[in-house]
Structures are given as structure tokens and as C-alpha cells.
Design a protein around this ligand. Sequence first.
Ligand code: FPP
Length: 247
Amino acid sequence: MTTSAPIRPDSSGPVPRHVAVIMDGNGRWAADRQLPRYEGHRAGMKAVRETIEAAIEEGVEILTLFAFSTENWNRPEEEILALMSLLQFYAQSERAELVQQGVEVKVLGDLSPMDAQTMDAVRTVEEATRGGSTLRLNLMVSYSGRAELLNAVRSLAREVALGVLDPEDIRPWHLEQYLHTRDTPDPDLLIRTSGEFRISNFMLWQLAYTEIHISPVLWPDFTRDHFGEAIRDYQRRERRFGRVTAP
Ligand code: FPP
């Protein structure tokens, strides 16, 4: 799904409706300080808070944060436990603030391997923030772009096998209805921190025409000013969606 972004009167160009972020560099931030890796993740929570505030100030409608990939389940158990308890802590300690800010939280991914306590915290924050209309916050947890696509393909194959869908009639929206992001437009801007130039199995379908901004900053050091820099960078781009000129 592609959308044209709204023009804000007080900005120098279109504001991206949907910004996705690969929050990278927590481990290196901790290693630079001779700290355990989970301290990097803990420090990364402040950057999450700043990014939400900056997104609201800029007029972004949807913010999608890659918090934990399916591949991250292969990290040492101690780090997985630390990340799950951080997610619980975040969901509980930020809940009132998120409600007050009008942030609607959705936690998206394959949550089946998640422990019951973390699942409870996730459902509680989703429930409490439901209907928030300032910003939609997608937290991608236990998420894999390939697994999401495979799941969608499997669902379409089932419809074909049942005879309710002709393969020749399959359109992009048929597949999109089976994606975790089915109710949101594609990201206009992807930010990746820590200077890495990779997509890392993130939103492989949805990022087809997304502008990419790579920040050299490690995630725990990422501030509202860095978010603003990414928006300004986006505003200088000409988006053509495969055409010769912008639509
Ligand atoms: C990547 O850094 C980051 C993660 C795997 C986790 C992101 C989690 C947070 C920012 C914590 C809090 C967020 C919420 C929403 C509770 P890395 O560990 O791969 O860093 P490295 O590449 O330097 O090793």
C-alpha cells in the first residue's frame, strides 16, 4: 500500500506519515562502557521515549519500532530474559504516559514463544492505550519479514485450495490482508541506527518504496535531534515510486 504524505504548513516538506526504525547498536554501546549487553538495551529505552515524543512533535502518524526479531530468540538466555523483562517494565512503567500522550500501542509479531507474564503486560498496555489518536506505535516483537510473508502465502494458498480465490486474480491487497501491518500504510521512511546498511529481515514487503536514512549514532545515544535530522533528510528526497517524476 503506498500513500502520499500530508504537507504540514510549518515544515519544509512533506512529513512522513509512517516512520519505521531498526534500533541497532545497544550491544556496542554497552561494550564501549565495559557493561553487560542488557545495560545497552536498558539505556535504549530512553531513546524509545525521545523518539515517540519527537514523532508526535513532527506530526508523524505511525511509528514502528523493531524491538526483537525472531532470530533474537537465538541470543543467550540471559539476554532474552533481560529483553522480555524490559518489555514488561516498559509496558507497565510507560503505560500512563502513553495514554496521556494519546499513543495507541500494538505489539506485532509471532508472540507464541513469549512467556505468560510478558504477554500479560503486552495485552494490558494494548488494552489501556486502545483508541489513542495522536500516534500509533507498532512494537515489532518476535518479528521476521520472511516468516510474515510465508504465513501470508500459506493463507492465500489455502484460499486457492478451497476454490474461493483464482490465482490469476491475486492482487497486492490480498497478500497485505495477512500481514501484521494490515491496517497501516507502508512506511515512508526507515531509520536504521549504528551505521549498518542492512534491512535484517524487517518488513520486506512493506519497505518496497520506503526512503532509508542510516544514522551513525548507536541507539541509546539517539535523540529527538537525530530523529529531526532523519525527517529533514526525508524531506529533501524526491519519491518517484518507479516513475520518472514524483506522482
Ligand atoms: C539491537 O541492538 C537492539 C535490540 C535487539 C533490542 C532493542 C530493544 C530496545 C531498544 C530496548 C527497549 C525497547 C522497548 C520497546 C522495551 P544489538 O543488541 O543488536 O546491538 P549490537 O548490534 O551493537 O550488538
